[in-house]
Design a protein around this ligand. Structure first.
Ligand code: PLP
Length: 388
């Protein structure tokens, strides 16, 4: 088999391996150091008991002849699709417009199959790397829009012309910045006028505490005709290892040639996916009605607030971290890797270099507030002696 030329265009996956390598080198020289990670954006809070019990009940049911089930519906359990339509979207959509997945990352890869190559896609720089890489793998034409302090980390999406697929993610990973109703409405209006498709990643929607900020692209007028939304249980319910998410494609959404996108999406899913696990869907149903998550998310946001304060005291400007579990901290004129090395060697803190999310991230570090409170407090204590 010949190698796809698109793979040759991918940059090496260097970010997390390089972080690991530097950490191990440091620990080799300082074996007693207690390194605290403010780096990987993964959750640390244990599952609420009722959610874990949902999984075990579903597993035990499988041990009885009456409860055993084999393959499930590829599009997901109707109960769960209905619960999402009701609890997340206030019944503004039918369950039939929602499909259940094993998470946003794999679903975006499946969606790439639907778009095929040779479309123009616009992606913010810096961004969650999956948008860029799935687009590169299928040979899309890619336009990077820098998100910098000058534009308040909100590129001018409405300056784009021509048929584009726009990857939007608000609240944003890695900058932690959220988008106002007006900003999103302007993009939706522009996308409709220009025949563009918005792919909206709402992975951090549940961190929005201000009702004036939209949690879903579908809160905006006209979005049903130009947008698709992905939701994930990973950061809202600690399911990054359990795996569960959904995709919402309005029935009104069509290709420029008039055919339904939803109907092709369902066809594609039945060909490429055998459905999310029963166990994770059972857990998802519990999570949607669990009262515990409100407090868990509040705790992560409080972590972000404490970190933001500690950095402000050191005159380090930070962005985000108000409606998102990430802070985007400006360490320039140091490069991202210089700042990373400084925090690791002097304060034993692990962070993520902003340049790993795109060139426009140079000079920044992404700090995650998804750690435990004791770790965050210890990190803050160490930051008190920060001298840059
Ligand atoms: N989208 C964004 C912006 C993310 O940051 C992440 C995970 O870090 C995901 C999607 C992944 O979601 P999932 O775990 O549902 O695949």
């Amino acid at each position: 088999m010949r190698r796809s030329s698109h793979f040759a265009s991918l940059s090496q996956h260097y970010l997390f391996p390089e972080i690991d390598q530097r950490k191990h080198l440091f620990l080799g020289e300082n074996p007693h150091a207690k390194v605290i990670s403010l780096g990987i954006g993964d959750t640390t809070h244990p599952l609420p008991k009722e959610v874990a019990e949902g999984i075990s009940k579903s597993a035990l049911a499988m041990s009885h002849r009456d409860g055993y089930v084999g393959y499930g519906p590829s599009l997901g359990l109707q109960h769960l699709r209905e619960a999402i339509a009701h609890k997340v979207y206030g019944d503004r959509f039918s369950f039939d417009e929602i499909t259940i997945s094993d998470g946003t990352k794999p679903d975006l890869a499946r969606f790439a199959l639907l778009t095929g190559g040779k479309q123009k896609v616009a992606i913010q720089d810096p961004a969650y790397p999956v948008y860029l890489e799935t687009s590169q793998i299928i040979g899309q034409e890619i336009l990077l829009l820098p998100a910098t302090a000058e534009n308040n980390f909100f590129p001018d999406w409405t300056s784009l012309k021509g048929p584009h697929i726009l990857f939007l993610c608000y609240p944003n990973n890695p900058t932690g910045v959220s988008a106002s109703r007006e900003q999103l409405q302007n993009i939706v209006d522009h996308a409709k006028n220009e025949g563009m498709l918005i792919l909206f990643d709402a992975a951090y929607a549940s961190y929005i505490t201000d009702p004036a900020i939209p949690r879903s692209i579908f809160e905006l007028e006209g979005a049903k005709e130009c947008a698709i939304e992905w939701g994930s249980f990973s950061k809202s319910a600690g399911f990054s290892g359990i795996r569960l998410g959904w995709c919402l494609i309005p029935k009104e959404l069509t290709y420029s040639t008039g055919e339904s996108i939803l109907s092709d999406w369902k066809r594609l899913i039945s060909t490429t996916f055998n459905g999310a696990s029963y166990l994770s869907q059972a857990a998802g149903l519990e999570a949607l009605s669990s009262p515990s998550y409100h407090k868990i998310i509040e705790d992560y946001l409080e972590n972000a607030h404490l970190l933001k304060q500690a950095l402000a005291e050191k005159n380090i400007a930070t962005f985000g971290g108000i409606h998102a579990p990430f802070l985007w901290a400006d360490f320039s004129p140091l490069s991202s890797w210089e700042a990373f090395d400084h925090l690791l060697s002097k304060h034993h803190l692990l962070t993520t270099p902003g340049s790993g999310f795109g060139q426009a991230g140079e000079g920044y570090l992404r700090l995650s507030a998804l750690g435990t409170r004791p770790d965050i407090l210890e990190a803050i204590h160490r930051l008190k002696s920060l001298k840059i």
